[in-house]
Design a protein around this ligand. Structure first.
Ligand code: SAM
Length: 288
């Protein structure tokens, strides 16, 4: 079987198919042979697991996943890669390529069609231009996903896994923590890709929680509060929330006091649980 991390093999296959890389589609393919086996091992796939992959590219990670999982479904937007993948993955009868945009695909239907009754994990080297929307789509989907193991830009990995009170904490941190337990597994240098991107990457595993980290009767309203709280990083939470959500400052300050939080606190200093308590205090006042 051809080594898809060998640059000479990649060039030969791509030239034969007349393929040129699309920067717009985030096409930086992995050429470090150590990375895909590590990702496949970390994602938790076994012979009873279905894996959803996003953006198989040449199939370098797909091959590793197919050797571990019962079934792999890979969603690839670029039609030009379909004949390439038919060739590189021809040895595997447990791989299905779906030609679709992961942001538009009907995921519940895809799960029903391919993963019925199976434990499912997600594993992908994500196209960087859509990292956050893809992760939010998966996290909010309510689909029976056990874990999401993804390669993302290093800065995004740091935000996903940031501890409250650190400079990297933000809306994405709270989203990840609300739905999952986030772990930064390992870093991957930009030299591990072809063509080489401008930034380093890291692999993150989001292990989905059985229930959200905080009790919020309306998650959309909870995240509206979270976004407002982080909307103006230089401002205190009271100022940011009151100006963004058009609430009286006294109301927000009183809710903070009710949660035993200092009036001058900033959003990034709060844990997800504290943001949840603030949400419930404001909901009790019927202002959210
Ligand atoms: N998995 C391969 C690897 O690790 O070498 C390729 C990863 S490359 C960073 C991202 C892949 O996602 C490319 O194959 C690209 O065509 C595909 N892609 C980009 N946008 C997409 C979208 N909206 N939906 C599905 N796939 C997409």
């Amino acid at each position: 079987m051809a080594d898809l991390t060998d640059l000479a093999v990649i060039k030969e296959v791509l030239t034969r198919h007349g393929f040129t890389f699309s920067k717009a589609l985030g096409q930086n393919f992995l050429v470090n042979p150590a990375v895909c086996p590590q990702m496949a091992a970390a994602c938790g796939a076994d012979e009873s697991t279905g894996v959803l992959e996003i953006g198989p590219g040449l199939g370098v990670l797909t091959k590793e996943l197919a050797q571990k999982a019962k079934k792999v479904v890979s969603v690839e937007l670029d039609t030009r890669l379909l004949p390439v993948l038919s060739e590189t993955l021809q040895a595997f009868d447990n791989v299905t390529i779906v030609n679709d945009d992961i942001l538009k695909a009907d995921l519940p239907a895809l799960f029903r069609q391919h993963f019925d009754g199976m434990r499912v994990v997600v594993c992908a080297n994500l196209p960087y231009y859509i990292t956050s929307p893809v992760l939010l789509r998966l996290l909010e989907s309510g689909l029976p996903i056990d874990a999401i193991t993804v390669m993302v830009q290093k800065e995004v990995a740091q935000r996903l896994c940031a501890a409250p009170g650190t400079k990297n904490a933000g809306v994405l941190t709270v989203y990840a923590d609300y739905y999952a337990q986030a772990e930064l597994l390992f870093s991957v240098s930009k030299g591990s890709f072809h063509p080489m991107p401008q930034v380093d990457s890291a692999v993150v595993r989001l292990t989905m929680r059985n229930r959200p980290a905080v009790a919020a009767d309306d998650p959309q309203k909870f995240f509206r509060l979270v976004k407002a709280a982080f909307s103006q990083k230089r401002k205190t939470l009271v100022n940011a929330v009151s100006s963004t959500l058009h609430l009286p400052k006294e109301t927000v300050a009183a809710a903070l006091a009710q949660c035993s939080l200092p009036s001058a606190v900033r959003a990034e200093a709060l844990t997800t649980a504290q943001l949840g308590a603030l949400y419930r205090a404001l909901r009790a006042e019927e202002v959210l």
